[in-house]
Design a binder for this molecule. Structure first.
Ligand SMILES: N=CN[C@@H](CCC(=O)O)C(=O)O
Length: 417
């Protein structure tokens, strides 16, 4: 397969040019669309973007030439929040929640994240790798070119190191770029260990081992009432910052836990969920480069009483990303569907949601230097859709409109229908 590729006659080429900052405020609504656009990729990198006439004039030398008439091209989709390595299935919990059961009642009935941890510990390596690779295949079918994956269902030193090792193995079985995150302080242990002892073990045992083995590129933790307090989260963030280990925070997912403020004050890459972050906190924390990663499908699935105030984050010049949150509770694999859901759920424009699944998601992963936009010099990562305008990503709800995903100029997934 060639990594020299020339594409012409794209009905819409949404470039989302990078300006060395994640897109926030009004800028999140701009896609820098070129109609009848073309793009040239040489040696896996973007060398030219512009009108079809210009591309045909200057780049008709060699490589594959693709006619994208009737299609929309955007930067390769970046899925920035997923938990794909676990065993067991908790579909019955959804039924119980629909019947009105609370999280506490479901945990008393043997469910909740702890039950996934128990099942994951019991599962063999092959089963866990198989489950992760199967998730990768389904997520790739949504046109994703970069996928972030978290550990987090081990909840002790050996369990977490094992899941990270297996994620590294699984990553060899997909053409997507896999970005591996160590999720240590995921939930409070339910086996008698105190959260203080557990946080110390994340700090003193797990982080040093993860770094020594070089098996993850970032560190994630939960700042959530009932799991880890803002003080405990701050201690882990500060320690990671000292070591130069980039941080993500699961914040305010089920209650106002001061997670958004703690994440922003810690200067982390992203704070994720933010369902219960109060409006007053969004306004008083104000503009930041920490990306707010919102999970519209998760909020719908959890039947939350609230939703993240996505528009208020944008109005306050916070860069917003959107992601599926594929996890043990529910297996949302489609980032295009998540884009459409972000429009109806948060009242985002398609442009705001698309920036959230490309450039801002790349910033959320600290990967903006080489992906997330169609700037010259970045990787030739593109997602091509069978529709003429990017607005149709908001209206083609659940439709299989992904035509192809291209990574460094090579097709890594295509719709064979
Ligand atoms: N604390 C949050 N945890 C994850 C996974 C949830 C699950 O496995 O049920 C999340 O939704 O981001």
């Amino acid at each position: 397969m060639s990594d020299d590729l020339t594409i012409v006659h794209a009905s819409s080429l949404a470039c989302i040019f990078d300006h060395n900052k994640p897109r926030a405020g009004k800028a999140q609504s701009e896609l820098d669309i070129i109609h009848d656009g073309g793009i040239a990729i040489r040696n896996g990198k973007i060398v030219a973007v512009g009108s079809t006439d210009m591309i045909l004039r200057d780049y008709s030398d060699g490589g594959t030439v693709l006619d994208a008439s009737g299609k929309t091209i955007i930067p390769g989709l970046v899925e920035c929040h997923s938990h794909p390595i676990f065993a067991g299935n908790r579909h019955w919990e959804y039924v119980r929640r629909l019947e009105g059961a609370t999280g506490k009642e479901i945990r008393a009935e043997g469910g909740g994240i702890w039950s996934t941890i128990v099942n994951t510990r019991k599962a063999g390596d092959d089963e866990l790798i198989y489950n992760a690779v199967r998730a990768f295949e389904l997520i790739a079918a949504g046109g994703v070119t970069t996928l972030e994956v978290k550990s987090g269902y081990g909840l002790d030193r050996d369990g977490e190191l094992r899941l990270l090792r297996l994620l590294n193995e699984a990553a060899k079985q997909t053409k997507m770029d896999i970005v591996i995150t160590f999720l240590g302080a995921h939930i409070a242990p339910q086996d008698g260990r105190s959260t203080d002892d557990f946080v110390l073990s994340v700090k003193n045992e797990m982080i040093p081992a993860v770094l020594e083995q070089n098996i993850a590129v970032a560190h994630d933790l939960s700042c959530e009432n009932g799991d880890f307090s803002a003080q405990q989260a701050k201690m882990l963030i500060d320690y990671s910052n000292e070591l130069g280990f980039p941080v993500h925070v699961h914040a305010d997912a089920s209650s106002d836990s001061k997670g958004w403020r703690t994440a922003v004050e810690g200067g982390v890459l992203s704070a994720d969920h933010l369902t219960y972050t109060p409006d007053s906190e969004i306004v008083s924390v104000g503009a930041t480069d920490t990306v707010a990663v919102l999970l519209p499908v998760a909020e719908q699935f959890y039947l939350d009483e609230r939703k993240a105030n996505g528009k208020l984050f944008i109005e306050n010049n916070v860069p917003v990303a959107v992601a599926t949150d594929y996890c043990s509770s529910f297996q949302a694999t489609s980032l295009p569907l998540t884009i459409a859901a972000a429009c109806s759920w948060f009242k985002f424009t398609p442009a705001q949601a698309i920036v959230g699944a490309t450039l801002n998601a790349a910033y959320a992963l600290g990967k903006n230097h080489d992906r997330g936009s169609l700037d010259i010099g970045k990787k030739g990562d593109l997602t091509i859709f069978n529709c003429e305008h990017p607005n149709q990503l908001g209206t083609s709800i659940g439709a299989p409109i992904v035509d192809a995903a291209i990574s460094s100029g090579s097709v890594i997934w295509e719709n064979k229908q």
